[in-house]
Design a protein. Structure first.
Lengths: 414, 186
């Protein structure tokens, strides 16, 4: 007997030999009995969902060996990865509202560092630039929130955020300059994004300062943001002059015009503040202030268009009386000079516009720089004057000890 | 492939949804096979019927109470239950017949000849094969029954018998050779 024949016979035994098979009546009866028994054991409560049910469901459609050797390890790996990632995303997401000085702020910065690392490895330069601009915007919002919260250490916290903002802006500046060389086709889009971001940041910082952040000096940071923006615009314009195939004349013009509009807006805002300050000062009642000994109120306003220098010095070992009218006169003069500076800056910006139309873009940028710097310094003056006016109005100068020296303006401009 | 998927789907419904109807369909698929497997080992229709009923009831209870336990194949699962119940059956018999050891009883029962009325129903070559098969080692009998008669794969047989697939293939080879030898020597 051959093996094949034997195998065939074995295979057919169950059909050929009825005795080996159960009685069909018994099969049916037993089924009925079994159904009745198991129906009694089924509870009304539905079983709870468990994750391994998902696996069992997958197992229906995937061949057994493949399921256990390939699909399962892959599924486990994917699941672990997903849980780890979602955990990280959830943690990072929860830290988005953290502010400097809070414990979770470190996690937020760590997440940004990770993003920085990933983008530096996998992202293009233009994406990196956008990322740093995004970080800078976040820092500006943090400054505003910190000041709004009015915590005792708000100035320190705001200063921390501003330091980081400046760093992000400077890094973005460096990366954007690389974009000019490596991805010139993207530079116009990146610069436009940067101008928009700089505008937003300046607005946010201005709002923050107005929220009562007397002790927070946002002016320095604003200046860095503006300078950075101008620097990039100048780089792009220079590129246009060197090779108009990389940056078109039209794009270069648009970018410079935007910069002029931003500067015009800032100058206008500064002028309005100075005008408001003059009104407030004029409304301040004339009284006498009993100043403590060794108090020096020093106002040096040589930065303005005129080279006048106004200084009030009180230096005595005994208390002296300083009429408020004297302070009002000095501060009013400073404010008025700030307004004049604003008008002068606006005039310079108008000249810049004309230069743009004549395609003298680099000269126009030079004008914008001068006007911006002058307006910025005038704005600082207005802010400082406002502080003194507030102090006079609130009677702080009457309450010794005041600071031994109150310096309103120390910078000079040639 | 379709049958396998259908079987897995039914098993899923039983385990996750505790669906009696799905279990009824699994019963329809396996009742004859399990009955044959048991009957071949104990050669008593009534006892084979009782044990078969018990197998299905026990399997249901296990499936719904241990839904977290992994069951890769319903076939190997139900055959294992049947096999264990047959062992329990012989163990009980051994207790009732204390003079005989379990192994002896098992051997006696499995080698029990097909006699009386049943014998008349079997004829020719099939009868010869059945008789010869029952004279072989229990290990060979199970392997031949599951693989060649019930047409289970070597992998499933390995899972039922708790052996490796290679071991099962070797056993099958030797069992077939032995069966052939015994049949030729008659």
């Amino acid at each position: 007997m051959s093996n094949i024949l034997l195998k065939t016979q074995l295979k057919t035994i169950k059909e050929k030999n009825d005795r080996l098979n159960p009685d069909s009546v018994w099969v049916a009866r037993n089924r009925e009995k079994l159904m009745s028994q198991i129906n009694n054991t089924v509870s009304e409560d539905k079983p709870r969902f468990r994750f391994d049910y998902v696996w069992q469901a997958i197992n229906i459609f995937v061949p057994g060996r493949l399921a256990y050797t390939v699909v399962r390890p892959v599924a486990v790996f994917t699941l672990v990865g997903a849980i780890a990632t979602s955990g990280w995303i959830a943690s990072v997401g929860a830290t988005q509202n953290c502010l400097p000085g809070e414990v979770c702020y470190g996690v937020k910065l760590a997440a940004e560092k990770t993003q920085e690392l990933v983008t530096s490895v996998a992202g293009a330069k233009n994406q990196q630039a956008q990322m740093y601009l995004e970080f800078a915007t976040r820092r500006a919002k943090e400054v505003k929130k910190v000041i709004e919260n009015k915590e005792v250490d708000a100035p320190q916290r705001a200063a921390e955020a501003m330091g980081k903002l400046e760093l992000s802006i400077q890094t973005a500046n460096g990366v954007i300059k690389e974009v000019v060389e490596t991805e010139p086709e993207k530079i116009v889009e990146v610069v436009k994004g940067m101008q928009e971001t700089a505008k937003d940041i300046n607005q946010t910082l201005t709002d923050a300062a107005e929220q009562g952040g007397k002790e927070v000096d946002v002016a320095g940071t604003k200046q860095i943001v503006k300078d950075s923006s101008l620097d990039i615009v100048q780089t792009v314009v220079q590129k246009n002059q060197d090779d108009s195939g990389v940056v078109s004349d039209e794009d270069a013009k648009t970018i410079v015009k935007t910069q002029i509009d931003v500067a015009m807006q800032d100058t206008g805002d500064m002028k309005s503040k100075a005008e408001d300050a003059v009104k407030v000062l004029e409304a301040t009642p004339v009284t006498s202030n009993n100043l403590p000994s060794d108090v020096v109120v020093s106002v040096s306003s040589t930065i303005l268009i005129s080279t006048s220098s106004i200084q009030i010095s009180v230096s005595s070992t005994t208390p002296v009386v300083l009429p408020t009218s004297t302070i009002k006169d000095v501060l009013g003069d400073v404010n008025k000079q700030a307004i004049a500076q604003g008008q002068e800056s606006q005039k310079t910006l108008e000249e810049a516009k004309v230069l743009v139309e004549g395609n003298h873009l680099l000269e126009a940028i030079g004008k914008v720089k001068n006007a911006t710097q002058a307006a910025e310094q005038a704005e600082r003056t207005v802010v400082e004057v406002k502080k003194v006016v507030d102090a006079v109005n609130s009677g702080v100068l009457n309450s010794p000890p005041v600071s031994t020296t109150t310096t309103i303006i120390t910078e000079t401009k040639k | 492939m379709k049958d396998v998927m259908n079987e897995k789907l039914l098993l899923y419904k039983v385990r996750i949804k505790r669906d009696p109807e799905a279990y009824g369909l699994l019963y329809d698929l396996y009742v004859k096979k399990i009955y044959r497997f048991i009957f071949f080992k104990i050669s008593s229709r009534e006892e084979a019927e009782d044990l078969t009923s018990e197998v299905f009831l026990k399997a249901w209870n296990y499936l719904v109470e241990n839904s977290e336990q992994e069951i890769r194949s319903f076939a190997s699962f139900i055959y294992r239950i049947a096999r264990n119940l047959v062992v329990d059956f012989y163990r009980e018999r051994a207790k009732r017949l204390p003079e005989s050891s379990l192994d002896a009883v098992v051997e006696t029962l499995v080698v029990e000849d097909v006699s009386g009325e049943h014998q008349s129903m079997i004829s020719g070559e099939v009868e010869e094969i059945m008789k010869t098969l029952k004279k072989m080692k229990l290990e060979y009998q199970e392997a031949v029954l599951l693989h060649y008669i019930e047409e289970l794969s070597a992998g499933e047989v390995a899972r039922i018998l708790g052996k490796s697939q290679i071991n099962v293939r070797v056993t099958l080879h030797r069992a077939l050779k032995k069966l052939k030898e015994l049949l030729e020597n008659k």
